[in-house]
Design a protein. Structure first.
Length: 248
């Protein structure tokens, strides 16, 4: 395994760097990780709520959960991990940030060139085949005055504009992430369990194209033995240390 100094050296020299982030990046901001024990709500697993079937069966319950999540995120602040990555997107022309997170904290930290694989909790769209409501729009209302919210165009139920279990990623968004991964000289996987595909496949895609691969996570994952460097610890601490080393 490569050392911390090796990673900093490669980051200093690289023209194209990609970082893929997951829920662990927002953990220090008080946002529960999706698969941890704090990811439970009303004794229902998140995976049973974040599906088209759950919304069809009980849209009010699904929206109660998302309204609760929005309220939690609204009170949170970006942490050092968000700040470092946001600054790298602004200062490094060849840096691309790809996130599985829907909380919007990367955006609040000023991230540029952000690829949102799973959408945004702050955007909505009509759940019906409604032409006017098909495109996502920003709705940051917390709490929602009515659950579920209604489409202003057709009166149907509005749904969060996120990718639910069982739904495909937007092909254009996935293509953009794949192209960035293929061009990366350094590919970083930060705060993600690396089990949800196709996002989890991006690091292997990058490695096949010659990227030096790095994992920063609080625990070992399925990809830990495959990457060139793996560091265990909070993302905020590891990224702050890397940022200082790159700048020195």
């Amino acid at each position: 395994m490569a050392s911390f100094e090796d990673v900093a050296h490669r980051l200093r020299r690289a023209s194209h760097v990609v970082a893929l982030t997951g829920a662990g990046v927002s953990a220090a901001s008080g946002i529960p990780t999706f698969r941890g024990p704090d990811g439970l709500w009303k004794r229902v697993r998140a995976e049973t709520l974040a599906t088209p079937e759950a919304f069809a069966n009980d849209p009010k319950l699904v929206w109660e959960w998302y309204d609760w999540r929005r309220g939690m995120v609204q009170q949170a602040q970006p942490n050092q991990a968000h700040d470092v990555l946001g600054r790298w997107t602004r200062e490094r022309a060849g840096f691309t940030l790809v996130t599985q997170n829907v909380d919007g904290l990367h955006e609040r930290a000023g991230a540029d060139r952000l690829v949102r694989l799973h959408g945004s909790i702050w955007h909505v769209r009509c759940s019906k085949p409604c032409d006017a409501g098909r495109a996502d729009w920003l709705d940051a209302t917390v709490p929602q005055p009515r659950l579920p919210p209604m489409c202003p165009h057709c009166g149907g139920f509005v749904r969060p504009a996120v990718v639910w279990f069982g739904e495909p990623l937007d092909p254009e968004v996935l293509s953009r992430a794949s192209r960035a991964a293929a061009a990366a000289e350094v590919f970083m996987v930060i705060g993600t369990s690396s089990v949800v595909y196709p996002a989890a496949g991006l690091v292997h895609h990058a490695r096949r194209h010659g990227a030096f691969t790095v994992e920063l996570n609080t625990e070992a994952t399925a990809i830990s033995i495959d990457v060139d460097a793996s560091f265990i610890g909070p993302a905020a601490d590891s990224l702050s240390r890397l940022d200082a080393a790159v700048r020195s």
